[in-house]
Design a protein around this ligand. Structure first.
Ligand code: CUA
Length: 349
């Protein structure tokens, strides 16, 4: 706003008030308008019963707190105005210190309010802690520095970065960690749950609407904590079955001469010591399982898009994308080797 050519001009008196007002109004308006943007990670736009229940509790608590706020601030305002010092000679108002009736009243009111808060909170906590039915889809979520592994023990498939689930049904999650404490959080589907080494946690989620819901590690877990993202893909049960079937019957044979060369590069550089590709000798467990990699929308915990250019960037210097990652740089690969390798990886469907 500075440098609008009006500097130095005499400022009329009424404008001073307007400037002061604009200093308050402009930031407030800015904050308000921020709320108009899309918020894919908003707890205020739930898409499943867990997030819905939690939002209900938040709204209910906020209502009670707003009531308490008004019950304190309104009488305070009245007292400040009506009982202000109007000069000498006026007697002090009647003092109520030690009044038994009032002491009991303002002890009882907070106790009652806490009971009103506790009953629905405990009720919903039990509902959320109840395990999903035994027939529910089981997913083991494993936090790693800095990516997410999703195992489907009943289906015999393992994936990373994207957790697929069918809509309209409860999914039972077992949360584990491979290293330090992480926190699994998909704001539009439910609250946070920590993944703790040696201490599996449980939670259930349900998505009522198909869609892709971004998630985020919500516990500081080291250098690249803020980059530890993932996506939950909620899809119709039929689409979910098709996705799982694809991973159970993956395309692992290179489909072109270039992809065949890529497999040779993969073997030459020992990629299979850290990564698994189901149905091949590559059975490493350090990094993400690469089965069906070509079908994922994102790679590297959502830091990169799934295309040859981004994959090349990652393989060349992973530490530039995820500082502190255990994946070593493969900067010695020639351009031809890199092209072959990314073609092979993108062909894993
Ligand atoms: Cu994992 Cu923060």
């Amino acid at each position: 706003m500075a440098g609008n050519g009006r500097q130095g001009a005499p400022e009329p008196a009424p404008r001073r008030g307007a400037t002061r007002l604009s200093r308050v109004v402009a930031p407030a308006l800015g904050l308000l308008l921020c709320a108009c943007a899309a918020h894919p990670q908003s707890t205020l736009a739930p898409r499943g019963p867990v997030a819905q229940m939690e939002l209900g509790l938040m709204g209910y608590s906020l209502l009670i707190m707003a009531g308490v706020f008004l019950a304190v601030v309104i009488p305070l305002g009245i007292v400040l105005v009506r009982c202000r010092d109007r000069g000498v000679g006026r007697p002090l108002p009647k003092q109520v210190e030690g009044h038994h009736g009032l002491e009991i009243l303002w002890t009882a009111i907070p106790v009652l309010l806490l009971v009103f808060l506790a009953v629905p909170t405990v009720h919903d906590s039990f509902l959320l802690a109840a395990p999903a039915p035994a027939s529910a889809l089981q997913i083991t979520v494993i936090g790693h520095q800095w990516w997410w592994e999703f195992d489907y023990p009943g289906l015999g498939i393992v994936t990373a970065d994207e957790m697929h689930m069918p809509t309209g049904q409860r999914v039972e999650l077992t949360l584990k960690s491979a290293d330090v404490i992480h926190s699994f959080w998909v704001p539009r589907l439910g609250g946070k749950e920590e993944t703790i080494p040696g201490q599996p946690n449980h939670m259930w989620l349900q998505a009522n609407t198909a869609g892709t819901y971004p998630g985020q590690c919500a516990e500081f877990c080291g250098l690249s904590h803020s980059l530890m993202r993932f996506f939950v893909v909620a899809q119709s049960p039929a689409a979910f079955r098709a996705w799982a079937h694809g991973l159970q019957h993956p395309v692992v044979t290179p489909q072109s001469a270039l992809a065949k060369q890529g497999l040779a590069v993969f073997n030459q550089f020992g990629c299979g010591r850290c990564h698994t590709i189901d149905g091949t000798p590559a059975q490493g467990k350090v990094g993400p399982n690469l089965t069906g990699l070509g079908n994922r929308a994102v790679v590297v915990a959502g830091a990169l898009q799934n295309n040859a250019r981004d994959l090349r960037q990652w393989i060349h210097d992973p530490g530039a994308i995820i500082p502190g990652t255990v994946m070593p740089p493969f900067s010695t690969l020639s351009a031809a080797q890199m092209k072959a390798l990314t073609t092979y990886l993108e062909g894993l469907k």
